[in-house]
Ligand binder design. Structure first.
Ligand code: ADP
Length: 360
């Protein structure tokens, strides 16, 4: 049995994290903020710290750095959780994006407890604290972002609880109950995707998204991505073209992945009976051009000029999406100094082209 210190300011999440850790056979010690976690760690050094980032009094990153600065605690493995992507998160032994998936959380705890601790402290950096809540009379957009942000935590907790529930009913063999729990999980996932998109769209419109670029070859990146899609959607044939030569440029891999995932998921959603999607790479002067093509339903000409605007959807089926994906994708392309465009005709399919400047 190991001692796991859990730091989380949201009571509902703290409880469910502790419950999961205890179900894995460990002892859980609960802290409601970073300062309390540090005091508890000094009193009884834990075998592992699992910590949220956005906490009052001391953020997760500040807690991590404080622990790494104390010889007795420097080697304690640290799993960081956050809905944002805090700077320096690589200093933790593992980073999990919220909402946290039950199986991933369990795997991270088990892995961190069994791994050799890393104790290389990074340079101290300024870490932003929780964003202030808006005063009354704020713009509608800000309010929407704030609501989305506040919904993340209860949603995280609901999702973990639903996963626990699903596991328990599956063990008892209740098929109908399993289906209900799965339906709850699916809907929570949809809510989570919507909330993530609202937050992303808001931050992009306000110019708050910063790229973390690195100079890399697009070819292995696209190969890995297409491999993931082949696994995810085995009924669709994924083609990858134009990857004979390396194409190197500076880009934010996580963000370009987000753009391409949106284009690929749309291509899969709207490919109709032609279950074939092509991801291609080419070069034109000064630009890398990535295209995503499908041979599906296509987009009516009248809709094309608005397709990259917020909340624009061609069909009215809310099950299929929320009309923010292409807005986010085009903004991310622009942020890279590139662009996103489309050619499409009804019944013949669509080709989206992402252009990225070939610069160091
Ligand atoms: P959504 O979440 O609704 O898919 P997007 O912004 O990604 O939002 O797409 C906006 C709309 O553009 C979609 O609702 C769909 O009507 C249309 N669309 C996007 N990609 C395709 C495609 N490959 N084929 C046909 N229609 C598409």
């Amino acid at each position: 049995m190991s001692l796991v210190l859990i730091a989380e300011d949201e009571e509902a999440l703290l409880e469910i994290f502790a419950e999961v850790v205890e179900a894995l056979g460990h002892r859980a010690v609960r802290a409601h903020n970073g300062e309390e976690a540090l005091t508890l760690a000094r009193t009884e050094p834990p075998d592992l710290v699992v910590s949220d980032h956005m906490m009052p009094r001391r953020t997760g990153m500040e807690l991590l750095r404080a622990l790494r600065a104390e010889p007795r605690l420097a080697a304690v493995p640290f799993v960081l959780l956050s809905a944002a992507r805090p700077a320096g998160r690589d200093e933790a032994d593992a980073f999990l994006a919220k909402p946290v998936d039950l199986a991933r959380f369990e795997a991270a705890v088990t892995q961190a407890l069994s791994s050799r601790p890393s104790s290389v402290p990074g340079p101290p950096k300024h870490v932003a604290s929780r964003e202030p809540r808006p005063a009354s009379g704020v713009a509608r957009e800000e309010l929407v972002s704030w609501v989305a942000h506040e919904l993340k935590t209860p949603l995280s907790s609901a999702r973990l609880n639903a996963q626990m529930l699903l596991r328990k009913v599956a063990q008892r063999g209740g098929d109908a109950e399993c289906r209900s729990a799965e339906a709850v999980l699916r809907q929570l996932d949809r809510m989570n995707q919507l909330i993530t998109s609202i937050l992303d769209a808001g931050r992009l419109s306000e110019g708050k998204v910063e790229l973390r670029t690195a100079y890399c070859d697009l070819v292995p990146f696209l190969k890995e991505l297409i491999g993931e899609w082949r696994e995810l959607e085995p009924r669709v044939e994924f083609l990858l073209t134009g990857i004979e030569e390396p194409v190197k440029l500076s880009f934010d891999a996580e963000r370009v992945r987000q753009v391409l995932n949106n284009l690929l998921s749309n291509a899969v959603k709207y490919c109709g009976e032609h279950k074939r999607v092509e991801l291609g790479l080419g070069v034109s002067p000064g630009l890398a051009v990535i295209h995503v093509r499908d041979w599906g339903v296509g987009i009516p000409a009248a809709e094309l000029p608005n397709i990259f605007d917020r909340f624009q959807r061609v069909d009215d089926d809310p099950e299929r999406g929320h009309g923010l994906g292409l807005f986010i994708a085009s903004q991310l392309a622009r942020l890279h100094g590139g662009s996103l465009s489309v050619r499409s005709s009804r019944g013949e399919g669509s080709t989206f082209q992402l252009r990225l400047p070939l610069r160091h």
